[in-house]
Each structure stands twice: as structure tokens, then as C-alpha cells.
Ligand binder design. Sequence first.
Ligand code: CMP
Length: 136
Amino acid sequence: MSEIQKTLSIIKPDAVERNLSEEIKSIFKKNGFEIIDEKKIKITKEEAEKFYLVHQSKPFYNELCSYLSSGPIIVMVLSKENAIIANRQLMGSTNPNDAEEGTIREKYGLSIDKNSVHGSDSIENAKKEIEFFFSN
Ligand code: CMP
């Protein structure tokens, strides 16, 4: 079954810093995503800890939160048919070394931490993550 969904995408500090934001946004658009909301922000470590709360028990949690709060990021709401899975496919595997050819992480990712983009992994998390950044 297919349905129009919304998903949250983040262009992470490593990609913003290398001025890849416009290129990455154009990849989303070329692949049929509509960017229905977006903003460039810098978050605090405490905000990053809240955002990544599901990873709280992971050994990489502290580093992950320091990293996401280390520089400007671009948060976007993307919309498309089956947007959540489509975005995950377009991003490629979490570790850029394993990412399929032509995916965003394969093209731009530097490491498992500096993997250039984040995308929601489920309908439930997409709702939570969009609300986190765009509830006003
Ligand atoms: P992201 O999709 O933003 O979700 C959590 C992030 O944790 C992930 O991308 C990676 O950048 C980061 N991370 C760091 N180490 C690991 C790991 N061992 N397994 C999964 N994610 C990791």
C-alpha cells in the first residue's frame, strides 16, 4: 500500500560545513520529495540529547549528541509517497562505507558519525521528530 507521508530529514554539521546543503536538497527534489518546511538552526547539546533519546543506552550516545550540536544543521520536513522508506533508501546505510552506490551517504558521508544526513526510521518517529523541530 502506498500513501503520502512526511518524514524528518537533517543535513548534519559535516555537510552544512562543506556547503553541500543545496546539492543535497536538489537530490531530494530530483527524487520526487517536496520540501514542505525547512530551517537552518544550531541546537544545544541538551536539545540533541532529547532528539536522540532513543539512543540513550548506546555507547556512542554522548559523542552523537556532541556532534549534532557542534555546528549549524538544516532540518526539513519532506513529503512523498512512502517518504520514510524512500528517504532511507536515498540516504543509504548508516555507515557510508556500506552505503549503496549513488546514495547520499555513499557520495558525501565521511564516517558513521559524520554521515551527512539523518532521516526518520518509522511513521511514529517521523511524527515525533517533526513535532520536535516544527511545533513552534
Ligand atoms: P542517524 O541516522 O542520525 O541516527 C543515529 C546516529 O548515530 C547515526 O545516524 C550515526 O551517525 C550515529 N552512530 C554512531 N555510531 C553508530 C553505530 N555504531 N551504529 C549506529 N549509528 C551510529
